[in-house]
Design a protein around this ligand. Structure first.
Ligand SMILES: Nc1ncnc2c1ncn2[C@@H]1O[C@H](COP(=O)(O)OP(=O)(O)OP(=O)(O)O)[C@@H](O)[C@H]1O
Length: 254
């Protein structure tokens, strides 16, 4: 996206910029994280990319081309993505295809496609289960499966592991890295967890503050495959400190 602006109505008649002149990009197959203080506009940026909100200025391109109607063109997993409690895991995952207006006669091929995704997520045994029967980690995997089952190339994941305990989160990181390593999808990932951002990403954008281009870019040169032992390495700790400093500076500017 280039020179993206987003304003909302303030208390008086004036409008306030939440995002101003924001430039960021993700190459095909890249894993890019967005971090930044609460309220810096990360989720709003995702809503703009997904086409749920309209920007006030700037261009958003998909595959290099400006796309004006982006609704349904990218896979978006919002914060606190809830599975519908009255639908089974399989039926929850079929939902985006139903909403996209796929025909009834396509239902069997759709089910086969979703079953394949669920199997690769280790959820084959719980297709017929209801969300209340799943653990926290399984629910998040099911919500991710639903997001992935639409088959879009760009995935927007807004704090998908924010509510999980530390050990479950580690398991999810291992699993996501393995999964992403075997697919061609581009991931944009919002998190407040610096360790998570460093472990998963090729690049990180720090949103907000006083950066030219609205967001500061940090390239993560850590080798892949990655695992948790890396978090104790000097390079990892150095980058973590760099991100902490950037977030501290942002707090001063806000
Ligand atoms: N239409 C609007 N009207 C009023 N305020 C708005 C509007 N849109 C955004 N905001 C303000 O902008 C802030 C930014 O929202 P957003 O959820 O994008 O930030 P965020 O960086 O994702 O925050 P968090 O990390 O807490 O999830 C909101 O907290 C809200 O105060």
């Amino acid at each position: 996206m280039e020179q993206l602006d987003f304003r909302y109505a303030g208390r008086g008649a004036e409008s306030r910029y939440l995002l101003r002149d924001v430039n960021l990009h993700a190459d095909a197959g890249e894993f890019v994280s967005l971090i930044g203080a609460s309220g810096s506009g990360k989720s709003t940026l995702f809503k703009l990319i997904a086409g749920l909100l309209q920007q006030d200025g700037g261009i958003i391109r998909l595959n290099g081309k400006p796309v004006h109607n982006r609704l349904g063109q990218v896979a978006y997993m919002p914060q606190n993505d809830l599975l519908l409690p009255w639908r089974t895991v399989l039926d929850n995952c079929l939902l985006p295809m139903e909403l996209a207006g796929r025909k009834k006669r396509d239902r069997e091929p759709m089910k086969q496609q979703v079953r394949g995704v669920l199997a690769s997520f280790g959820l084959a045994g719980v297709e017929a289960a209801y969300p209340r029967e799943l653990s926290g980690g399984m629910k998040q995997r099911a919500a991710l499966a639903r997001t992935l089952a639409c088959g879009h190339e760009l995935l927007l994941l807004d704090e998908p592991f924010g509510a999980l305990d530390a050990m479950t989160k580690r398991g999810m990181h291992r699993w996501l890295l393995e999964l992403w390593g075997g697919m061609n999808q581009t991931v944009l990932f919002i998190t407040h967890d610096l360790e998570e951002a460093l472990l998963l990403s090729d690049r990180i954008y720090v949103l907000g503050g006083d950066h030219p281009g609205g967001a500061a870019e940090v390239k993560i040169g850590l080798p892949r495959p990655r695992d948790y032992r890396m978090i104790y390495e000097p390079k990892f700790m150095e980058m973590r400190q760099q991100l902490e400093r950037m977030l501290d500076e942002q707090a001063i500017f806000s």
